[in-house]
Design a protein around this ligand. Sequence first.
Ligand code: ADP
Length: 429
Amino acid sequence: MSRLRDSAVTPATRSSPATDADAAERSRATAELVLEIATAASGERELEPILRVALDHLGKVVPFTGGSIAVIESDVLIIRAAVGPFEQEALGQRLGRGLGRSWQVIDRLEPAIIDDVQAEGARPVGERSAAEMRSWLAVPIVRTGQAIGLLEIDSTEPHAFTAADASLVNTIGRALAGPIELAARYDAERRAGLLREAFIGVISHELRTPITTIYGMSRVLRQRIESLDPDERVRMVGDIEAEADRLRRLVEDLLVLSRAEGGQIALAREPVLVAHVIRRTVAAEAGRWPDHELRIDVSRDLPVASGEETYVEQVLQNLLTNATKYSAPGSEVRVEGLVEDNEVVVRVLDRGIGLPDGANEAVFELFYRAPGAIRTAPGAGIGLFVCRQLVEAMGGRIWALPRPGGGSEFGFSLPVHAESDGSETTSGG
Ligand code: ADP
């Protein structure tokens, strides 16, 4: 990594080919470079070493700071390998179809250069990249006429890349398409395998607990129904109901998980009245968490969103359950519905335990649980992963942020439904 950084400090000096001999020499050198890269990458089964090999060689001729390989999975472009100072925040970054310059490169199947990220108002994802990245060069990775990903290099210097660099990196991208596709497939299979194993683990652990409780309590009720006092009976029936509800939610999440493992989740893009969903879900959750103060703040002119209502509700239920279970009884949980940049945005705000530093992305990973969360409440670490699958399958985004003053914000957005004209007719409560 440091070597790559050095290469940006000492820009390689390149002269433009003045004669035919120079041009021939440059083209021979390029061919050799591409061959070296392709040969070194061909034995690799992982994306990261492929990227490293490419950048190590490329660094001899093009000055840059770092780079990344992103792969298209369903409708999302995900950075699967990164090298350089932006590596940490870049890895795992996701960009929904159609968003940003990266998707333009993919859709047009053409390389693109941004000479000055800051002057051009381009907004790289990630705080550090947004502050320090100046130049960006990206080429599509194409297999049999179809884009499967994106190879990108960046620099902390403005105007770091030329059209000749773009053409060179494009050639490298073409040479690496085969190895990248293989490595991406291997990576996806490995993750699917982990998912499968974890799935079985979760089923045995997480499903057993509520089933044991429901079974045990039903037995006690049957055997001692006469001797139990009415309050105790009511409490036990309430516990059975709560555990059955927990089981139902878990099964719903597991269903989504099994569909995600099988590949793409396709959800409808129907008109959804988000204000209704918010009110209904909050009312149901308020019954489960009588000690919390659940508040709703929905803007009057909320447009109709696009998605599948059942799943919008499942996402909101998950976020609300988390907001309440990770915050103290008596504290306030607020649900906001608003419109922002042609998206319907729902935010769930709590004053709970908050997120560990740097965990804003990690919380959406399967089975991630923060140490503080493990101490606070039981859980399986699948809810947010499922939420992300669902929201992205409806063309939206989901995020987690620390909240000024303590607690967290969990939010998601859905596109405004194109064919539904106007806003929801009902105002927020
Ligand atoms: P679970 O809650 O079952 O652990 P989730 O996938 O819903 O699983 O959440 C994953 C992790 O994200 C939690 O374990 C916790 O560390 C963190 N998290 C989720 N919601 C909140 C919240 N509202 N406040 C603080 N941490 C949260």
